[in-house]
Write a protein that binds this ligand. Structure first.
Ligand code: PMP
Length: 296
């Protein structure tokens, strides 16, 4: 699914065949979850493949690495250029892109100074499909910001996401929503959360979440459309009474939610402001923001 016999990845300084690349079984990342990842998307546009907000993603990647003491020997510009070369070498014009920094063999509890970098890309359509989701509020809490830096995107954090997702799937739901340690809504397994009520959008503030790049894009689009976005803490009851809700993330883009814990939302997705934001988001990633303006 992720690679074929000819697929190339960038690994430890060179382009190499994905099926031949390997990592050390004694890697500290494998044992203790100390690694950094990010997820980007390239879109096929009239101007060729365009990675949406590539600099923002790699900036987060470098900052995340710094937070946990992983040294990445590449600049922001080099990482972006390498990724365009990777797409080119694999003849991909739309793809999901996964950079991963992991560290060397070390069983001590201090970040290893040996860094390995891989960047892979594969065609990955919006994996949640287009159907609005039935969401379960997780019994697992989102990680506490006093335990780990929540603004960083670290491999080990996804144990929490996988457990929450397993639980939701086993109960017949399509996705999960996690609360923070105080019972306020935090975020999805790999996405941020918004709800819409009486013409406003509400979303949890930074602190207990990864403040996503798609989330920031929604703020921009909402401002352009004159829609107010309120960042505040709220519990599940506020969400049960919403008009609609959605997840945001690079992989899932803007994913409509149909119900939370069996409470269906009253508005049809297509009648919401959120649907308009979703439409604008698709135009933006395809560089078609200005399509509706005619050039005189
Ligand atoms: N929260 C978590 C936990 C995530 O893994 C992601 C995906 N990176 C997001 C939010 C959304 O972030 P972004 O919009 O930058 O992809």
């Amino acid at each position: 699914m992720y690679y074929q016999s000819q697929t190339l990845i960038f690994h430890n300084g060179k382009f190499t065949q994905a099926h031949q690349a390997g990592a050390h079984l004694y890697s500290q990342s494998l044992h203790y979850g100390i690694g950094v990842l990010d997820g980007l998307r390239a879109y096929k546009t009239n101007e060729g493949p365009q990675i949406f907000k590539a600099f923002e993603h790699y900036d987060r990647f470098l900052r995340s690495a710094q937070k946990i003491g992983i040294q990445i020997p590449y600049t922001l510009e080099e990482l972006v250029q390498l990724t365009y070369r990777l797409l080119d070498r694999n003849h991909l014009d739309s793809a999901y892109i996964r950079p991963l920094a992991y560290v060397g063999a070390n069983m001590e509890l201090e970040t290893s100074s040996e860094t390995h970098l891989m960047i892979a890309a594969w065609p990955w359509e919006n994996f949640r499909g287009k159907e609005p989701l039935d969401v379960k509020i997780s019994s697992y809490q989102r990680l506490h910001p006093k335990s780990v830096p929540m603004e960083a995107k670290i491999t080990g954090y996804y144990v929490n996401s996988v457990l929450a997702m397993n639980e939701a799937k086993q109960a017949g739901f399509g996705a999960t929503l996690l609360l923070d340690g105080q019972g306020f809504v935090a975020e999805g397994a790999a996405s941020n959360f918004f709800y819409e009520k009486e013409g406003c959008l509400f979303t949890p503030p930074a602190g207990n979440i990864l403040p996503g790049i798609t989330r920031a894009t929604v703020f921009d689009i909402a401002a352009e459309l004159g829609i107010k976005v309120i960042e505040k803490l709220f519990g599940p009851e506020a969400v049960y009474q919403a008009d609609t809700a959605f997840f945001t993330g690079t992989a899932s883009e803007i994913a409509a939610i149909k119900s939370i814990d069996g409470h269906p939302f009253p508005k049809k997705w297509k009648d919401t402001m959120a649907a308009e934001i979703q439409r604008k988001y698709h135009q933006r990633v395809l560089l078609r923001d200005y399509d509706h303006y005619s050039i005189i």
